[in-house]
Every structure is written in C-alpha cells, then in structure tokens.
Design a protein around this ligand. Structure first.
Ligand code: GLN
Length: 484
C-alpha cells in the first residue's frame, strides 16, 4: 500500500479494496516499527487517527466524497491542531495544546484527510538540518548518518520512508524545498499568500509560506487543491482564484522557455549535483522546452539579506513567548524580570536565541537604517531581477541545494556554513515567488533536487512541469533501503 500514489489509494478506498481504517492502521504500524530509526514524528495521533478514518469510511460508503477522503497525511508540528500537542520543535511549546486548528489543518480535515500525527522540525523552523529540534535530530532515510535537511525535515523523511503518503511543510527560506531535495521527495512552496498562514506558528511573517511534501507532483497537487485559496483570517492571504492543480498536470510543455541563471551554476556547486541537474534539463529539452541562460545578478546577496530580515521578524514574533500567557515558564521566578529572562533562556534553544539577538540588534535605533532598511532595499532589487527574468523566460531552473545530504553534526558548529545550504532557495522567499523541488538522478546514492521557480501564482505550471518529468523518469519512485 505504501508505494501507491494518492490517486491509486483513493481509487482503492472507493472500491473498498481496503478501508481507510485499514490504511491508517497500516501507516500507524509502519511509524511504530520504523520511526525509531528516523525520529520523524514528534507525536502520533493513534486513536484520533483511527476515529477520523472511521468517519471517512462512513463518508466513503455514502459516496459523496473528494479524492482525499480517508487518505492519511501528517502535519509539520508548526501547524496548530486543536486539542493536540503543537510544539514547533521547541521546549517553549512542549506542553502546548493548541486551542484551535490552523486553516490548513481545518481544510484538509474537511476534505476527509486523516491526520496521522505531527512531524519533527527545527526549532521554530530555524535550521537546515533538523538538528535544532528540542526533540532531537531527524535522520535521512537514505543514510541514517546524514541529515534530512530542514526545517521540514520530519515531513520530508516521513514521506521518503513511506510513513505517510504526504505531509504539510512550511518554507521561509527553503524549508520545504531543501529537505525535499535531500530526502528525494517532491516539495512545493507556493506563492506568498497562496496558502493561509492562520494557525501556522510565525517565524518571519513576510517570508513564511505553507506547502506540501509528497512523493510526486500529482500527489502534491491533490493536497494543494484543498490548501490553496483566500482566508479572511489571514490579512496577507491572496484573494486570487485557484485553478485546479490536478487538471493542469498533463498540460503540454512544448515551446516553454526555461531560464538557467548563471549564478546558480558557479563555484560552490557540487559536481555530482551539477551533472544530475544538467541531465534533468536535457530531459526537458527532449520534452520540447527551450533552454537559455539568464542572469539574476543580485542573487549572491540573498543569504545576507535574509539573515537580516528573517531574524528581525523572528525577534518580533517570538516576543510573545514571555512565560506568562502560555508556553514554558521557569521554576520559582524571583520577580517579573527574572520570569521573563529565565523562561526565555531555558525555553529557547541556542539557534533561536542567536536569531532573536541578531534581529533585536538590526532593528535597534542607530542600526535600523544601516541593516534592516538596507536589507529591505536589496530585497526589492532581488525581486526586480526575477521580474526582468520572467520577461524572457517562463520558468527558472537550477539545483535546489549546492550539495547532497551532509553528515549529522558536520555543520552544527558553523552557522554560516549551515546558512549557505539555502543559497539557491532563499531568493524565491524574498521575492514571494512559488518554487518546487523535484527529485532527479541521485549523486553517489544520495538524492538530488531540481528547483523550478515560477512567476507569481504559477503553481499549476510548476506542478505540470514536475509531473511531465516524473512521467518519463522514475527517480521519484525510488525507495530508501529498509523502508521499501
Ligand atoms: N534554513 C533557513 C533558516 O534557517 C530557512 C528555514 C525555513 O525556511 N523555515 O532560516
């Protein structure tokens, strides 16, 4: 069952080849048996999952159901789930039971999807390796001495290991695409504002976007069909019509113009990764696309700009964790100031504290203009590069990450080396553009991801391009040894 696509699972459920309860049990049993090797789940819903599977089976009997009815999924533990632990990978929220569902959780539940549990993640989504989680690192199913990427590393590892057919994720600077790339799954970060952020714990509000990790573009399309769309509860939600992503999967791509930014193929790119990316691009040429070189001249500035803007916004967003209203509270505070200080010092891990300090610094009087304001101006230049590029080409392709998955612990002592993992992904967040990572030929046995960036609200085009490639290749179907 675990190797079937969502379309196949949905068809089987309709034919009663097995019930949603049986399917859910199957995944719960896989999680129980295999996740001790990965640590990809923070909490498993067990009984609650079986209860919603029973409801899905009743709905399936009545016949009036959508494609996700009875399909098990997992949510990144950054999405609030009513009555169920929502930790954001942090000691700060270790005891937090969300009082309401995030819009996306609500929408997927309304579509009949069954939540298996919540996936592990870097603390407050800050990280590229899943090593900043309070719940310990996640390992990569392809090689358990290596990282799965982050911050949605739990979702990526769980999907790759077939512990769930698909999972939600969030992407502020690459957190869906980078772990998707390192774990060999398909991950899409939609346009900023395409999916609601309501009930999604905030990291950097002008960059955060929810999306999907799945084994194929077609599977991702089924979830995105339910997730995308305007939400009046999110003031940055885009009120733009949502096309049917599943319907657009097979569209013809002949004549499509693909741009390869020369800045994405320079120094720092691993030669094995480069070779796999060039092979994938040749496949697109065979499918009738036209390839040309383009330039995104300001892209080398995207990492430095991000590491001013994201910490600035996080220092403001995380100010709410004060030990008073909810979240971790230190024991025996001497006075109010001691309560604030120790609750935050004990509740947040080292990387989160580093970001809060950087953010507070760049926003402080005297430094604001030199750092924050300057970064916002360069952010606009980066967006302008894309605007000009999309006058010449329809989509932009390149590697998702400069290397394949690295060993656990290899970069934990060097934040800057860790930050450079997102060198190709961050610009799409700064500009608010949609982007997808698609598994291509592995390099030395480890997954490689091709990134496709589209113009605003072109998610259907990205899924279509990924799907056409997956139609003629099999890389996305490979299962890691021990998890087949
Ligand atoms: N790796 C980046 C960071 O550490 C991006 C994280 C994300 O997209 N949430 O901030």
């Amino acid at each position: 069952m675990e190797n079937k696509s969502i379309a196949q699972l949905a068809a089987d459920l309709r034919l009663r080849t097995y019930s949603s309860v049986e399917l859910t049990r199957h995944y719960l049993e896989r999680i129980e048996r295999l996740d001790s090797r990965l640590n990809s789940f923070i909490s498993v819903a067990g009984e609650a999952a079986l209860a919603s599977a029973e409801r899905a089976d009743l709905a399936l009997k009545s016949g009036d159901v959508g494609p996700l009815t009875g399909i098990p999924i997992a949510h990144k533990d950054i999405f609030c789930t009513q009555g169920f632990k929502t930790s954001c990978g942090s000691r700060m929220l270790d005891d937090f039971i969300a009082p309401y569902d995030a819009t996306l959780v609500e929408r997927l539940a309304a579509a009949g999807a069954v939540m298996l549990g919540k996936t592990n993640m870097d603390e407050f989504a800050m990280g590229s390796s899943n090593e900043t989680s309070f719940y310990g690192p996640v390992t990569n199913p392809w090689d358990q001495t290596r990282v799965p990427g982050g911050s949605s590393g739990g979702s990526a590892a769980a999907v790759a290991a077939r512990l769930c057919p698909a999972a939600t994720g969030t992407d502020t600077g690459g957190s869906i695409r980078q772990p998707a790339s390192l774990c060999g799954v398909t991950g899409i970060k939609p346009t900023y504002g395409r999916c609601s952020r309501w009930g999604m714990i905030a990291f950097a509000s002008s960059l955060d976007q929810a999306g999907v990790l799945a084994r194929s573009a077609a599977d991702a399309a089924f979830l995105l069909d339910e997730m995308a769309g305007f939400d009046p509860r999110d003031s940055t939600s885009a009120d733009v019509p949502v096309p049917d992503y599943v319907d657009a999967l097979d569209d013809d791509i002949a004549g499509l113009r693909i741009g390869l930014p020369k800045e994405y193929f320079g120094a720092g790119l691993d030669s094995g990764v480069a070779a796999s990316i060039h092979d994938a691009i040749s496949e697109y040429e065979r499918l009738g696309a036209r390839i040309s070189e383009i330039s995104l001249p300001n892209s080398p500035l995207s990492v430095p700009v991000y590491y001013v803007v994201a910490p600035a916004e996080c220092s403001s967003n995380l100010a709410r964790y004060d030990g008073v209203r909810y979240g971790y509270r230190c024991g025996h505070p001497a006075d109010l100031e001691d309560l604030y200080k120790r609750s935050r010092a004990e509740g947040f891990g080292a990387e989160v504290q580093r970001r809060i300090m950087i953010g507070t610094y760049v926003l402080s009087a005297g430094y604001y203009d030199a750092y924050y304001l300057k970064a916002q101006k360069v952010r606009q230049l980066i967006a302008d590069d894309f605007r000009r590029a999309f006058e010449q080409v329809d989509v932009i392709m390149g590697p998702t990450t400069p290397t394949t998955a690295f060993p656990l612990g290899a970069k934990t002592d060097d934040p800057v080396a860790m930050y450079l993992n997102d060198i190709y992904t961050i610009a799409a967040n700064l500009a608010g553009l949609p982007a997808i990572s698609v598994p291509v030929e592995p390099a030395e046995g480890l997954p490689v991801g091709l990134q496709i960036v589209g113009d605003y609200f072109q998610e259907a085009r990205l899924l279509n391009l990924a799907h056409r490639y997956q139609h003629v290749t099999h890389w996305h179907q490979a299962a890691p040894a021990g998890f087949e």
